[in-house]
Ligand binder design. Structure first.
Ligand code: KIV
Ligand code: ZN
Length: 513
């Protein structure tokens, strides 16, 4: 049976989703989880895009082992050199270089003739090959390119040293039958193709990304590029969990396997949703809240008699069952540290102290602590920005016939106390207004999401907010059993990132405004 390589691009194409911005620490946390999930390649970012992305790719390359780490580069000298700089410490580095091949892109975007583009692609692969043995070449907009020309480009880059040729459906335009024909055509007409990995990369503009990827596998593709929860540009990319579970559940049709550790699928989905702030729709295949819920009486009756009647895969297989910890409020630091180690976390002494304190507080309020609760606590601790402003307290007064009012007290790094009151349309609005007034903030809130980490009314609520000002955008995250407190913590965490950024640009800046 062939093994299909899973190339995860959550941290690159996924991160290109509107409104998503992950910092190096967050990318590292997701990358570690992707390694546990067993993906073959992690595309960690596009190093030339920003110094932050270069730093993130470097952090992943240095710290995540046992998996190939890839960085994207246009077919340009500086892009490739910067990608190599970020990847040089990886155990198994891959440079992924790309150039468009469709006439639409060549004429309107690149203003290159077909021959000029072919030469540039060959040049780029050779340059990347000077740094790494594994080079991937993507013909951007491949599915709208002329097939004969596309095949010539792939043959030329293979001759130049490319070891993976990727076929992107950049605009999500193709259909499953067309994709099958294209991949077969390439296998039949491209010199040297038998010596390289043929990869597929589908976008979801017509909702066909997974179907097109599966068709490509049937036609012989050996690598699928996908993202967790299908996040990505516009309508997103092929969803990793849907691709791998289709290949597994319908192994009778596909006759292939993957190296995935299915048990980690659900946890990875939750982590990505939490850190990106992109909620998973309830009816999303495999990882949506309702994906295994049976509502109708007939279905419930069938499932009770025999699961196979209405379930094609077991929820336990993808790690959906709640893992209740044996830890409780009487657990000691040692047991807590051991559990974190089992979950794959390595925390500094300081982070461990903070996380343990939070765990104790939560254990006091909540009967059962799940692994997901624990992950939320640690995730917040590890990815917490430097606290220029710390929340001392927030009091809100709200109800159905009262003007929602919030009193907030913040403590600045130098110990200065800031206290303020504001009213709003609801308690969160009132608290945000109080903070903005206190700090003279002129940023605007462009996104706010709230989701519960586990079920039940005593669950931890997690809030992700995105704020922008004239210099950038900042994502903040906060979790608490009280959603108003979680909201305030998320807002403050974004404000701390903004203040830190301003200080870096102007060391005299006190962080306000
Ligand atoms: O969609 C696309 O064409 C891409 C390439 C860079 C592979 O993301
Ligand atoms: Zn893409």
């Amino acid at each position: 049976m062939r093994t299909i390589r899973i190339f995860d691009t959550t941290l690159r194409d996924g991160e290109q989703s509107p409104g998503v911005a992950l910092n190096a620490q967050e990318k590292l946390e997701i990358a570690r989880q992707l390694a546990r999930l067993g993906v073959d390649v992690i595309e960690a970012g596009f190093p030339i895009a920003s110094p932050g992305d270069a730093e993130a790719v470097k952090a992943v390359a240095q710290n995540v082992k046992g998996v190939a780490v890839c960085g994207l580069a246009r077919s340009k000298e500086r892009d490739i050199d910067v990608a190599w700089e970020s990847l040089r410490d990886a155990e198994h580095p891959i440079i992924h270089t790309f150039l468009a091949t469709s006439d639409i892109h060549l004429r309107h975007k690149l203003r290159l003739s077909r021959e000029e583009a072919l030469e540039q692609a060959v040049w780029a692969v050779k340059r990347a090959k000077g740094y790494v043995s594994e080079v991937e070449f993507s013909a951007e907009d491949a599915t709208r390119s002329d097939w004969e020309y596309l095949s010539r480009v792939y043959a030329a880059v293979i001759k130049a040293g490319a070891t993976i040729i990727n076929v992107p459906d950049t605009v999500g335009y193709t259909t499953p039958d067309e994709m099958r024909e294209l991949i077969r055509y390439l296998f039949e007409h491209t010199e040297g193709i038998e010596n390289v990995v043929v990869s597929i990369h589908c976008h979801n503009d017509l909702g066909l990304a997974v179907a097109n990827s599966l068709s490509a596998v049937q036609a012989g593709a050996g690598q699928v590029e996908c993202t967790i929860n299908g996040i990505g540009e516009r309508a997103g990319n092929a969803a990793l969990e849907e691709v791998v579970m289709s290949l597994y559940v319908r192994q009778d049709r596909f006759q292939v396997k993957t190296n995935l550790n299915f048990q980690e699928i659900y946890r990875t989905s939750r982590l990505v949703s939490r850190l990106t702030g992109m909620l998973v729709q309830p009816n999303k295949a495999v990882v949506g809240q309702n994906a295994f819920a049976h509502e109708s009486g007939i279905h419930q009756d069938g499932v009770l008699k025999e699961k196979l009647t209405y379930e094609i895969m077991d929820a336990h297989l993808i790690g959906r069952e709640e893992r209740v910890l044996v830890l409780g409020k009487h657990s000691g630091r040692h047991a807590f540290a051991k559990k974190l180690e089992e979950l794959g976390y390595t925390l500094s002494e300081e982070e461990m102290n903070q996380a343990f304190e939070k765990f104790k507080k939560l254990a006091d309020q909540k009967k059962e602590i799940t692994e997901d609760d624990l992950k939320a606590i640690v995730s917040e601790e590890v990815t917490k920005p430097e606290e220029i402003y710390r929340l001392d307290f927030v009091h809100v007064c709200s109800g159905n016939n009262i003007l929602p009012t919030a009193t907030v007290r913040l403590i600045e790094q130098d110990g200065k106390i800031l206290e303020g009151v504001a009213t709003g349309v609801g308690p969160v609005d009132a608290a945000y207004k109080a903070i903005s007034k206190l700090l003279g903030i002129s940023s605007s809130l462009v996104n706010y999401t709230l989701q519960s980490i586990t079920g039940g009314t005593e669950a931890l609520g997690e809030v992700v907010v995105r704020i922008i000002d004239d210099q950038g955008e900042y994502v903040g995250r906060g979790s608490n059993q009280d959603v108003v407190v979680a909201s305030v913590m998320a807002y403050l965490s974004a404000i701390n990132k903004m203040a830190k950024h301003k200080r870096r640009l102007n060391p005299q800046h006190n962080g306000e405004g």
